[in-house]
Design a binder for this molecule. Structure first.
Ligand code: PXP
Length: 237
């Protein structure tokens, strides 16, 4: 069975819609863990549009499973990560105007600078994952840069509007997972996964963990956080 890491960013999105102090992503994280999640994910963005440093620090105290910080590969975030020490950092590209992360990190495009960022995180005892498109060259580059893990971007699979297109994208994710595992990387996947499209991805043997946010938080609004997490875990079984 796959592990489920729940991204609680959108609990903070709801809080920030009124710039108040509720709902608290920390409380959502506790409920997600109680329902069986084995990881909690947050993205501390440069513009702090949802998750704040306070959330990250309190989560560090409270999360009992694996705290995974999604972060842009920039010095400010490396400093924060080294201070807070999440269990894992996932390097993601970031554009201010985007609604959500739009694709994998261009590991090749970043070049050697990324090695220093990765080693700075690893020195602090943080496991480093890179969010990558299912592209063999990017996965090879992630390994060469010293990453411990890759998270394969499932966004194109999730957004495919025809069965044929979805199958093509699924095939790419499967091949990427196989390649990542063969290179000795821990393989994860996520983005855009929901209660309707998750099963084919959950069946890919090389994938250890799925990172899912929006769909779970959206369902939690209606059925409660624990129920939403349990229903997702049922689909991963
Ligand atoms: N993985 C990464 C790297 C992400 O940036 C996100 C979105 O924050 C997710 C997974 C979760 O995506 P979703 O909210 O669509 O489930």
């Amino acid at each position: 069975m796959k592990k489920l890491a729940v991204n609680v960013d959108h609990v903070a999105t709801l809080r920030e819609a009124r710039r108040t102090f509720y709902p608290d992503p920390v409380e959502a994280a506790v409920l997600a863990e109680l329902a069986g999640a084995e990881g909690i994910v947050v993205h501390l963005r440069e513009d702090r549009r949802h998750i704040k440093e306070r959330d990250l620090k309190v989560l560090r105290e409270v999360v009992k499973t694996c705290l995974n910080l999604e972060m842009a590969p920039v010095e400010e975030m490396v400093r924060i990560a080294r201070e807070v020490r999440p269990d894992m950092a996932t390097l993601v590209p970031e554009r201010r105007q985007e609604i959500t992360t739009e694709g994998g990190l261009d590991v090749i495009g970043y070049g050697e600078g990324l090695k220093g960022i990765i080693s700075g995180l690893k020195e602090a005892g943080i496991t480093v994952s890179i969010f990558v498109d299912p592209n063999p060259k990017q996965i090879e580059a992630a390994k060469a840069m010293g990453a411990d893990a890759v998270e394969i971007h499932t966004g194109l699979y999730s957004e495919a509007r025809t069965h044929e297109r979805q199958q093509q994208e699924l095939q790419k994710v499967m091949e990427a997972a196989r390649q990542g595992k063969a290179l000795g990387l821990s393989v994860r996947a996520g983005h855009g996964l929901n209660y309707w499209n998750v099963r084919p991805v959950a069946l890919i043997p090389e994938i250890e963990e799925l990172s899912i946010g929006h769909a779970i938080i959206a369902r939690a609004v209606l059925v409660g956080m624990q129920q939403a997490v349990r229903e997702m875990l049922e689909l991963l079984r």
